[in-house]
Write a protein that binds this ligand. Structure first.
Ligand code: ADP
Ligand code: GLC
Length: 507
């Protein structure tokens, strides 16, 4: 050993923090999806596309995230993007080709490559209607692969997300096996099986120019005249994952299978469930700048009250820290179990409870929550809007959070709630079942309140059990708040599981 090597070794031994060794070997991963926080987010997919690559970097993965360059991405990001190059790509069956620009932005160790094309991405929002969205995501899926070749970057794994990127494995198998992507493996992650990208076959044939064998029943074809992008991706990819173990089982049944249960059962040898985590830097009550008072598990009981009072004040609710505040942060669609809530709403109001809603979506739910705000002024506040800042305040200032979903692939709001010491009240489905351990009165254990069948009476019962603990055994409640804050909801474990799959596919 040389002298310099000895010194280096001594220096390493002298450092206080143990240096975590990177797992070997290094792997390169292309993430392809339609949204990613903070550029564009409509729901949990955006959170995952941001947080999982960050966690994978710590697992010795080299990650490039490929996204559409929507016009709605805020200017502060647009202006930092650097032009990488551009080319023309064949797409349609009549030989029509399209411009593909690549704009790059590197942040926190992750490389973001935005596919630029004014014709497809100039709308004010990422999704509009199927007539426009089908061509948009046919183009995007092929352009993402072509961009990898153009950049001369050959990933070990191409990891695609939801129906918008589901044609990637199909294009990969049909058109890219004689390029440098020949040996790249593909993974398709299902974040929500409800959305699949279904349209008639002639339209798909025009926009993809895929060979006829891809329109076989075993791949893209569905029913008599339709093609289904998600179905084709599931058939062509090397591995399917979804965002919780329970949902991986549920989607193979008729009720949750959204007409793809038989297809998923057929492919279940390559299907795995890996539960989502959350980004613990963004969601940290101790450093969150949007809160009235920062807190940790040690001082949460006192400091959460300050957040509650600040929330009540800003929303025009009666300012009283003794009231139990129940929050709901959700897309307002029938997936989220809102029918159960509206059926029992008046029974929630008891003089000691306040309800805060934050969400946008279907008119019937928006109207129902507006109605209840009007009916119970000072006790109920319905924020019919999408507002990140307000979400942070509600997570911190509420005592409990409702997530009574009809189905829930994973769900992130219950994870964020727990991290902020807010007790989740959830239905035992999908990821809710896998992440919220029910309160056990005898052992004083668990993280929240749960119910099983999709019935409003059972939701009311779960809420009443929460109220009983809150109002009659505050010590027991406070212990649950601390347990929730100490629960590991980070990405670390799950990122390791993704890494294991990457290695399994490409040793
Ligand atoms: P889904 O993806 O099905 O909508 P998730 O629970 O996985 O459900 O993720 C929802 C994400 O969107 C969370 O980060 C949540 O805080 C956020 N969110 C939902 N509605 C709103 C809203 N109205 N304002 C701000 N954030 C919201
Ligand atoms: C979907 C699901 C949600 C999940 C999210 C991120 O939007 O509805 O349950 O948490 O994707 O995977």
């Amino acid at each position: 050993m040389t002298a310099t090597e000895t010194i280096k070794e001594e220096e390493i031994l002298a450092t206080e923090e143990p240096v975590e060794e990177m797992p070997q070997p290094r792997r390169s991963i292309a993430f392809i999806g339609s949204e990613c926080y903070p550029f564009v987010k409509t729901g949990g997919l955006g959170d995952v596309m941001y947080a999982l690559p960050k966690a994978l970097i710590k697992q010795n993965c080299d990650v490039k995230v490929i996204l559409p360059r929507y016009a709605c991405i805020p200017e502060k990001f647009q202006e930092k993007m650097v032009y990488v190059g551009a080319f023309n790509m064949d797409l349609c069956s009549d030989g029509r080709s399209y411009y593909v620009g690549i704009m790059e932005y590197v942040w926190d160790g992750v490389v973001y490559d935005f596919i630029d094309n004014e014709e497809f991405f100039s709308w004010g929002k990422p999704y509009t209607n199927l007539v426009d969205d089908i061509p948009k995501f046919c183009y995007f899926s092929k352009a993402a692969l072509a961009a990898l070749n153009y950049m001369n970057w050959t990933p070990d794994i191409i990891h695609c997300h939801d129906w918008q990127a589901a044609l990637v494995p199909v294009f990969l198998n049909a058109f890219f096996r004689n390029t440098q992507l020949a040996n790249s493996k593909s993974i398709l992650t299902i974040h929500n099986l409800r959305f699949q990208g279904i349209y008639n076959i002639p339209t798909f044939k025009y926009w993809t120019n895929l060979p006829d064998y891809m329109f076989d029943y075993s791949v893209l074809k569905q029913g008599y005249e339709d093609a289904n992008m998600l179905k084709g991706g599931l058939a062509c990819c090397d591995m399917i994952t979804t965002v919780s173990n329970t949902y991986a089982g549920e989607i193979q049944t008729d009720f949750f299978g959204e007409k793809l249960d038989a297809h998923l059962r057929y492919h279940n040898g390559k299907l795995r469930g890996i539960v989502n985590g959350i980004d613990c830097d963004i969601w940290d009550a101790n450093t969150d700048k949007l809160l009235a008072a920062n807190y940790t598990a040690e001082n949460a009981i006192e400091e959460k009250k300050k957040n509650k009072l600040a929330l009540q004040k800003s929303l025009g609710l009666e300012e009283n820290a003794d009231k139990m505040v129940i929050g709901l942060i959700s897309r307002l669609t029938n997936q989220k179990g809102l029918d159960l809530i509206t059926q029992i709403f008046p029974a929630l109001i008891d003089g000691n409870t306040q309800v805060v809603v934050l969400g946008t979506g279907d008119k019937e739910y928006e109207d129902a929550f507006r109605y209840y705000e009007n009916e119970y002024k000072g006790t109920v506040c319905s924020n019919i809007m999408y507002d990140e800042g307000r979400a942070h305040m509600i997570y911190a200032g509420s005592d409990a959070l409702l997530v009574p979903s009809l189905f829930e692939p994973c769900g992130l709001t219950q994870l964020i709630a727990m991290r902020y010491g807010t007790v989740p009240i959830v239905r035992e489905t999908g990821g809710l079942k896998d992440t919220v351990e029910p309160y056990n009165i005898y052992e004083n254990s668990g993280n929240g309140f749960t119910f099983d069948r999709y019935e409003s009476g059972l939701l009311l019962d779960a809420i009443n059990r929460a109220k009983t603990l809150y109002f009659e055994n505050r010590e027991g409640w406070d212990q649950m708040v601390v347990r929730d804050m100490e629960k590991d909801v980070s990405w670390q474990n799950s990122a390791k599981q993704y890494r294991d799959i990457y290695l399994q596919l490409k040793p």
